[in-house]
Design a protein around this ligand. Structure first.
Ligand SMILES: [Fe+2]
Length: 273
C-alpha cells in the first residue's frame, strides 16, 4: 500500500504558526498579506506566491513547502528490508504506523507502537511464527498504543517507554536516553526527541541491512507532528534525527518511509543554518 504523505502545505503552515504562537493579525502585519489570504492558505487554498511569503516569514523551507503544495513530492520508495515490516492501521481518514522488526537469524522480534488495532500485529507474529520480546513505545498518544495490553498479554512481551513520557494504561519499564537493548544481532538505542510530547523517543535500530530510526511523530515525510509541548524542542529533535547518516531509513508514526538524506532536502521544518 502506498501511504499518503501525512501533511499538506497548509498543515505545515498551521503547525509552524501555532508552534511559534504567532497570531494571524501579527503574521498579516509582518508579511503584508491580508488576514483573509492567510486564512485561505491555512484552509488549503494554494496560492504559490502567498504560500512562499508565509513559508519565509515562518522560517520554513519554502521550496519544500511549494513542492508539497503542488503535489510534486513523494519520498523515494524504499526497497524491502529483510526482517522489517510496516503495519498501517486506520485512524479516521488517515493511517497510523506500527512496526515489527525481527532478527532474521533468531526470529526474535520487537515492535514499535501498535497503531489503532492490535490484530494485524498479532496476526503477522502468528503467521510468521515470530516471538515478540519487547514493545517499544515512541510516545503515549492513544492512536499509537491501542490494544498494547492485549499484545503484551498474548505474547508475554514487555513494554518500554521513556521515563519522562506521560503514563500509559499498561505496564512498562521506564527508560532513559542512551538506553541500549540487544535482541539477537539487532541493537536498539533510544534518544529523546520531545516536542510533540514531553518524552517522545526515537529508537535507532542497527543490525538489519539498513539502519532504521523509528521516530514516532518527531518527523513525517516532509513535515513533523504538531509541536504540542514545544516548537523549539520539536525542531531540535528533528535536527538531531537529521544528523544521522543520509541513508538512515526514517520510519514515522504516520505516512510513508523516508530517509535522512531526503528529509534534509525536503522537510519543510528543516533549515540549514
Ligand atoms: Fe502523536
Amino acid at each position: 500500500m502506498k501511504l499518503p504523505v501525512e501533511d499538506d502545505f497548509n498543515d505545515v503552515l498551521g503547525k509552524a504558526q501555532k508552534g511559534q504562537g504567532i497570531s494571524t493579525e501579527v503574521l498579516a502585519e509582518t508579511t503584508g498579506l491580508s488576514e483573509e489570504s492567510i486564512r485561505k492558505a491555512r484552509r488549503g487554498e494554494f496560492e504559490p506566491s502567498d504560500v512562499a511569503i508565509l513559508g519565509q516569514a515562518l522560517g520554513l523551507n519554502v521550496e519544500a513547502l511549494l513542492a508539497i503544495g503542488r503535489n510534486e513530492w513523494y519520498p523515494e520508495e524504499q526497497k524491502a528490508i529483510e526482517g522489517f515490516e510496516l503495519i498501517a492501521t486506520r485512524f479516521y481518514d488517515m493511517y497510523v504506523n506500527a512496526y515489527l522488526i525481527s532478527d532474521p537469524a533468531t526470529r526474535e522480534t520487537i515492535a514499535f507502537d501498535t497503531g489503532t488495532d492490535p490484530e494485524p500485529i498479532l496476526e503477522s507474529l502468528f503467521k510468521r511464527g515470530l516471538t515478540l520480546k519487547t514493545l517499544f513505545v515512541t510516545h503515549s498518544h492513544g492512536d499509537h498504543i491501542e490494544g498494547a495490553d492485549l499484545i503484551l498479554e498474548k505474547t508475554g512481551a514487555s513494554a518500554v517507554i521513556s521515563r519522562i513520557e506521560p503514563e500509559v494504561p499498561f505496564a512498562t519499564e521506564k527508560i532513559d536516553e542512551g538506553y541500549v537493548a540487544r535482541i539477537g544481532s539487532l541493537s536498539v538505542e533510544m534518544f529523546n526527541t520531545p516536542g510533540h510530547t514531553k518524552g517522545g523517543s526515537t529508537f535507532l535500530v542497527t543490525g538489519l541491512s539498513r539502519t532504521v530510526a523509528l521516530v514516532g511523530d518527531a518527523i513525517f515525510a516532509g513535515s513533523m507532528g504538531g509541536a504540542n509541548v514545544s516548537y523549539e524542542q520539536s525542531l531540535a529533535g528533528l535536527t538531531k534525527i537529521l544528523s544521522l547518516p543520509d541513508d538512515t531509513v526514517i520510519a514515522s508514526g504516520h505516512g510513508p518511509l523516508t530517509t535522512v538524506g531526503q528529509e534534509k532536502e525536503m522537510n519543510c521544518f528543516y533549515r540549514v543554518g
